[in-house]
Design a protein around this ligand. Structure first.
Ligand code: GUN
Ligand code: FE
Length: 443
């Protein structure tokens, strides 16, 4: 396959590369083999060859190519309640909405219905790889893994562990730490078998829901499994004042120190939210090469604060972007990128509404759309160790073709990038490729 058109790709956390009229040549394994520019001596010939062999995708004048997005934190079973009950505090939202809904996924018929629609909606929003929470149910999690393979999403699926009776209701918790750990181990083997059979990216993920949900025994056992099988780890970390305070009360240590103590901060770990982390926590995460999934829409509702993305990028902490369905209401990382920029402009120190307007906010905290785009593509891919998220030779062809809204004035390529990032809706996403294969086509 060869794609002919203009593309945008993240160069580094601060810069976006725009290339006009490129020929992106994808090999039979789905990897970008070469990118030819107009000036290239072979350009005209290769364009003609691809045309003759009818393996050319020609982008229209208002169409642009972007890398597929990496959703670094999303709850698949919460898809049916996206947009609901966001006015509640986190603990109430979990107990009154989220746990009852997740418990229903024990029904395989319902799980199939939800996960089929969920995976389709991720792809339809330009997301080509996702680090997902499932539920505590082995069978439902396998349905999610199989649905990801079937529809072509690069899936990282976690079997949730929550065995602490003091924070998890009887109708939705693991019966014991031992039961949770042996079911997790069974899940690891089953997903690895699926990966071998399908030859696609589908990986099991060690998933303690968050520190409050788990007993010491479960946290210890999950840390051991993460190392034994060299698996990615995902959890929530210092998301809210409540969660941050909980760890200090139970362990006399911060959330990050507890996770680290149990061996859960690995170079393949992704911790969601982190709005309440201290600078010392940032340092621990850097030293362990663990990533933070920034979930800017969700954080507005449950985060009790704004993640200081600019400062974290400057310190070289690893960051990506997450939709956190359904703490966030949309699977669109376009929408989350917009919120990341907006939230960074409102970063406050908590008391600055008492200050004169010109003194509010934290100086030097504003991020650009190029920063947010980096999180949604390159940053997320790096956190998962994926060679994707960038339009460059040697990277997997995970791509989205988007249609720009009608331009009524001349636009530079820099303007076009802004416009695409600010205005693209699901209905503007026309084709999505994973590994060079079309996985979504708008009709
Ligand atoms: N903390 C523990 N579980 C959850 C969850 O499902 N969503 C969010 N946003 N935070 C959590
Ligand atoms: Fe979450």
């Amino acid at each position: 396959l060869t794609i002919h058109g203009t593309y945008f790709s993240s160069k580094d956390p601060n810069h976006v590369q725009a290339v006009q009229d490129a020929l992106i040549m994808i090999d039979s394994k789905g990897i970008i083999a070469r990118i030819l520019h107009r000036k290239d001596p072979e350009y005209a010939k290769q364009l003609q060859v691809a045309r003759q062999q009818e393996r050319l995708v020609e982008l229209g004048a208002d169409q642009y190519l972007l890398p597929g997005f990496v959703d670094l934190h999303v709850h698949a079973p919460q898809w049916p309640q996206a947009g609901l009950a966001l006015d509640l505090p986190l603990a109430k939202w979990l107990n009154h909405y989220t746990f009852p809904l997740e418990a229903k996924l024990s029904d395989p018929t319902y799980a199939q219905k939800v996960y089929q629609d969920f995976v389709h909606n991720l792809l339809a929003n330009g997301t080509t790889a996702a680090l997902m929470f499932g539920t505590i149910h082995f069978s439902a999690n396998m349905i999610l893994a199989k649905e990801s393979v079937k529809q072509g999403l690069r899936g990282f699926v976690g079997q949730v562990v929550m065995d602490n009776p003091s924070t998890s209701p009887e109708y939705y918790r693991n019966s014991s730490a031992q039961a949770a750990l042996s079911s997790t181990e069974k899940f690891i083997h089953a997903v690895r078998d699926l990966q071998t059979q399908s030859g696609q990216t589908i990986e099991p993920v060690i998933t303690p829901r968050f520190v409050p949900s788990c007993t010491d025994e479960a946290l210890f056992g999950l840390g051991r499994l993460a190392h034994q099988y060299d698996l990615p780890v995902q959890s929530h970390l210092s998301e809210s004042n409540w969660e941050h305070g909980y760890a200090i009360e139970r362990f006399g240590q911060r959330d990050t120190e507890v996770m680290d103590h149990f061996g859960l901060l690995t170079k393949r770990a992704v911790m969601a939210h982190g709005t309440q982390l201290t600078k010392d926590d940032w340092r621990i995460l850097r030293e362990r090469h663990s990533a933070i999934a920034h979930c800017p829409i969700s954080n507005i509702y449950f985060g009790n604060g704004v993640l200081p993305v600019k400062q974290l990028l400057a310190l070289h902490n690893q960051l990506g972007l997450g939709s956190d369905i359904s703490g966030g209401y949309t699977p669109s990382l376009f929408h989350n990128a917009r919120q990341a920029v907006k939230s960074s402009q409102q970063l406050t120190d908590g008391v600055d509404n008492q200050l004169p307007a010109e003194k509010r906010g934290v100086a030097g905290s504003r991020i650009t759309m190029a920063n947010a785009f980096y999180l949604a593509t390159r940053g997320g891919a790096a956190a998962l160790g994926l060679k994707t998220g960038v339009i460059q030779a040697g990277y997997a062809a995970d791509l989205q073709v988007v249609k720009m809204h009608r331009a009524l004035m001349p636009l530079s390529t820099a303007d076009i990038f802004q416009r695409l990032m600010y205005q693209t809706e699901q209905t503007d996403i026309e084709t999505v490729f994973v590994n060079g294969q079309p996985v979504y086509q708008r009709n």
